[in-house]
Write a protein that binds this ligand. Sequence first.
Ligand SMILES: [Fe+2]
Ligand SMILES: [Fe+2]
Length: 266
Amino acid sequence: MKLLFIGDVVGSPGRGGLAAVMPRLREEHAPDLIVVNGENSAGGLGITEKTAKDIFAAGADVITLGNHSYRQRESWDFLDRAENVIRPANYRHANPGKGLCVVRVNPADGGPAYQVAVINLIGKIGLDAARSPFDEVDRLLADLEKSGAADTVIVDFHAEVTSEKVAMGWYLDGRVAAVLGTHTHVPTADGRVLPQGTAFISDVGMTGARDSVLGVKKEQAIEKMRTDMPVRFESATDDVWVMGAAIGIDEKGLATDFTQILEPAS
Ligand SMILES: [Fe+2]
Ligand SMILES: [Fe+2]
């Protein structure tokens, strides 16, 4: 089975870029499952039902989120209803939405179907985790083992610092198919399959304008940093790229290969 994982979609330029590039990515990687981080899809901050619809229309099967999950108030109710949109599992249990979903995947090669659990976790360092992501993922994996609900697990680890992400990769090596880092919007060069069969990268990067500071208009980001005054951020529009990874997964639920995706939209 082939997984296509795409990093944080930023605003309408990101959503447009995703829609434009997806046919190319489909042709090149023939994905059976597409997971997209949508935490910045609504004007750069959070998600709405409409921006989720756009991402699903571009081909996503599952949308993951992160620290901006609740920035759009209208999404709170949507997150409770949406089946395949997940927020960090180690947020408070009472918060809207859920942190894990299971999807059935029928591979195009005609092989047996997979039951894939997608888990969203948030890092503890510099972000607001309610519980340790390490303890949380242990608990979720134990639950999945007991229930038999999934044979393959994919983790979007939304975290600030590379050390915490690398540690999570090693912690889960051989236990899940992939640990994909998101949040920093800057792709790292450490993508690979770890020795026990888990695909890992510290950060896949973003889907948005590279002529920017992390997707925000660069003049606005610079003004904020230079003045420490409130500045309204808008999503930048120029030089949109789609960043992510394509990962082969075998019938044991472990990764066979890792390909980084850095694809200009035009
Ligand atoms: Fe983000
Ligand atoms: Fe984030």
